[in-house]
Write a protein that binds this ligand. Structure first.
Ligand code: SF4
Ligand code: SF4
Length: 327
């Protein structure tokens, strides 16, 4: 795989600093039931990296001390971490909102059949990746049979109350473009997804998050192989919108890897770009327990234009609330 970092570190992206920390995004490990072609953490069934109980307790301690309102769980398949239920139970006792970034298929795997009920009982928000509403496209990206397994999981979640009007159980879906274009306008795409899934399968959900692909890891490497890296970066830069800068997710989110090391965002984690406030030193969560990150410098690179291009892109979807169209 081509290393994209040398092409990203020299940057003219504007300098930005942190606001109040509100969200901690935790990568519980790289073990996954799937091996998707687009996976930006190279997760799969043979990976053994998993966050241990001591680090999970440290995360809980940090969340408590910093008054964090949302814990965002990712992986791999976060459900495959043996301490997944423990972490959620404790976080909910602290009245912290929990998000599970779920690949849906895991909810059908042997040994995980009770996870959907557990998530519902603990009022955990589910953000599920469904890269397309067409079977061929999903199976191509995630493996044969994954589209149908995802539909079964979505129907089960709907039965439990997820995504239903007036239900507190939130079910949001994630879309990424398949090619080298920016995501289409989020609201229009959400309407298309809702119409198709309702009409064909009777499935409902709350919101669709349309995310841009950042030129890192496998996607970045593919761009280099095809000689498209500079063109894609130029597309992101040409569509940069200054007003998105204030809402990029690193302003209020901290990213923690499976060993407890911290980064300004998940993308910087994948690039091993250390936390901006601590120079070039790798920082562990334990060093930040009594440290406010407010106004701290954020480590930026050329990939950051992926967050500010067009309608903007973050873990919670477009940054422009009413999607004032792409440039
Ligand atoms: S489900 Fe997610 S974490 Fe697992 S291989 Fe696919 S993209 Fe990677
Ligand atoms: S890539 Fe990360 S550091 Fe850069 S703007 Fe986006 S969230 Fe912030």
């Amino acid at each position: 795989m081509h290393d994209t970092l040398p092409r990203l570190q020299q940057t003219d992206f504007p300098a930005i600093t942190r606001h109040t920390l509100q969200i901690v995004q935790v990568n519980l490990g790289y073990l996954c039931n799937l091996s998707c072609s687009h996976c930006h953490v190279n997760a799969g069934p043979k990976r053994t990296e998993l966050m241990d109980k001591a680090t999970i307790d440290l995360v809980l301690d940090f969340v408590c001390k910093h008054n964090i309102h949302t814990l965002d769980l990712t992986g791999g398949a976060p459900e495959m971490n043996p301490h997944f239920k423990y972490l959620i139970t404790k976080a909910r006792e602290l009245d912290v909102n929990v998000i599970d970034r779920c690949n849906l298929v895991i909810l059908q795997e042997p040994g995980y059949e009770d996870i959907a009920e557990f998530l519902a009982a603990n009022n955990v928000e589910i953000i599920a990746s469904l890269p397309c509403y067409l079977e061929d496209n999903v199976d191509k990206q995630r493996g044969k049979g994954t589209f149908n397994a995802s539909l079964v999981a979505l129907k089960k979640l709907n039965t439990l109350g997820y995504g239903q009007p007036d239900s507190p159980l939130k079910l949001n879906l994630v879309f990424n473009p398949q090619g080298t274009n920016l995501p289409p306008e989020q609201n229009a795409l959400e309407q298309a997804y809702k119409k198709y899934l309702q009409e064909h399968y009777g499935i409902v959900f709350n919101q669709l998050f349309a995310l841009a692909n950042l030129p890192i890891q496998r996607f970045g490497s593919m761009l280099i192989s095809k000689g498209l890296f500079n063109d894609y970066l130029q597309l992101l830069k040409d569509n940069h919108r200054e007003e998105n800068l204030d809402r990029v997710m690193c302003r209020n989110t901290l990213s923690v890897d499976w060993q407890g090391y911290v980064y300004d965002c998940d993308f910087n984690q994948m690039l091993h770009l250390p936390l901006g406030s601590h120079g070039m030193a790798t920082t562990h969560l334990s060093a930040l327990i009594n440290d406010s990150l407010k106004d701290a410098t954020i480590t930026v690179g050329q990939h950051c234009y992926g967050c500010t291009a067009g309608q903007g892109s973050s873990c919670g979807g477009a940054l422009q609330p009413h999607n004032t169209a792409l440039a």
